[in-house]
Design a protein around this ligand. Structure first.
Ligand SMILES: C[S@@+](CC[C@H](N)C(=O)[O-])C[C@H]1O[C@@H](n2cnc3c(N)ncnc32)[C@H](O)[C@@H]1O
Length: 307
């Protein structure tokens, strides 16, 4: 196993455990990244074949090499999982994992533009995409900027920053994440310990990569395909993501679908698509958080579709 992966998988033990009892067939890793999860899963479950998806070339190149020992069981696809999954035959899918968000490499590599010190303003996970943070910051109206900061960053008063961006770019385009983070810091009053640009950057990243739409589309595809007996493991990193997964799993697990005002159940009380394997999300142990800070906000939810 390669020990130089630029990303440490979160909740690895818990994911492996979650797939216990998985039947033969295809395991889809929607967010392959550096194959931290997939490598272990292929090792632990020798009867599984992997379809690994990622929209980041760097991640796919790394994982192609890392997964060479399993080459005859692996197929890798480049692109967003919402698109790629439409081409997949779900009849033999027995497990699916998505570990949403960005990888450590994407965050740490300055030229990718995700960090506060970056000399570029990019934040695209997919290097082939034609829409970057530069386009967003230099073309969105003040109202649109306010809206994404409020909705995706959950910033309470986004107006000052949105206005400052629009003013600053009148002189010249905002060209780097460093410049942007300094501008945000200058126009926010916060006592929090985190960098004042954190939530703004989160919002920009979500918009640039259509992160929430991707999750909704994944849930829609699963709802349509309902792969028999398959175990679905989804790891989220903030409340906007977790809410989407939680609500959908609850809906799928509902046995009774009678209208709320019905006096008595007449639907048969067996309409659930499967069961939630954990009612409360699984979170990282103290030990994992102390070794990998990124795991502190991770939440794992598991669902198993009916046979
Ligand atoms: C958190 S990392 C996954 C890390 C991986 N589990 C590991 O252990 O190495 C997320 C990866 O998913 C990819 N990604 C995120 N959203 C995606 C999407 N909608 N479609 C395809 N890939 C996506 C990112 O490019 C990134 O490489």
């Amino acid at each position: 196993m390669s020990h130089n992966a630029p990303h440490t998988p979160v909740l690895l033990k818990e994911v492996i455990e979650g797939f216990k009892g998985v039947r033969d067939g295809v395991f889809i890793d929607c967010t392959l990244g550096y194959a931290g999860h997939s490598f272990k899963i292929l090792e632990k479950y020798p009867h599984l074949q992997l379809i690994g998806i990622d929209r980041d070339d760097e991640a796919l190149n790394f994982s192609t090499k890392r997964l060479e020992p399993f080459a005859n069981r692996v197929k890798l696809l480049k692109g967003s999982f919402s698109k790629q999954l439409k081409e997949v035959d779900f009849s033999s899918v027995s497990a699916l994992l998505a570990d949403f968000g960005v990888s450590s490499l994407q965050l740490d590599k300055k030229e990718r533009g995700f960090s506060f010190e970056s000399p570029t303003l990019d934040m695209r996970m997919d290097q082939d995409s034609n829409f970057s943070a530069y386009d967003l910051i230099n073309t969105y109206s003040q109202e649109m900027l306010e809206q994404i900061f409020r909705e995706y960053g959950e910033v309470k008063e986004p107006k000052r920053v949105a206005k400052a961006i629009v003013e600053a770019r009148k002189k010249r385009a905002i060209a780097s994440s460093k410049e942007l983070s300094q501008l945000i810091a200058k126009h926010t009053k916060t006592k929090s310990k985190i960098h004042p640009a954190t939530l703004y950057f989160q919002a920009i990243r979500i918009e640039v990569n259509r992160e929430l739409e991707e999750i909704i589309e994944l849930l829609n595809i699963l709802e349509e395909k309902q792969p028999k007996g398959a175990i679905i493991a989804l790891i989220t990193f903030h409340s906007l993501e977790d809410r989407l997964v939680k609500q959908r799993f609850r809906k799928w697990a509902k046995r009774c679908i009678c209208p709320a005002n019905s006096i008595r159940c007449s639907c048969g009380n067996n309409n659930n698509l499967g069961i939630e394997l954990n009612r409360k999300p699984i979170v990282a142990s103290k030990e994992e958080v102390s070794n990998n800070l990124r795991s502190r906000s991770a939440k794992l939810r598991l669902f198993r579709f009916n046979d």
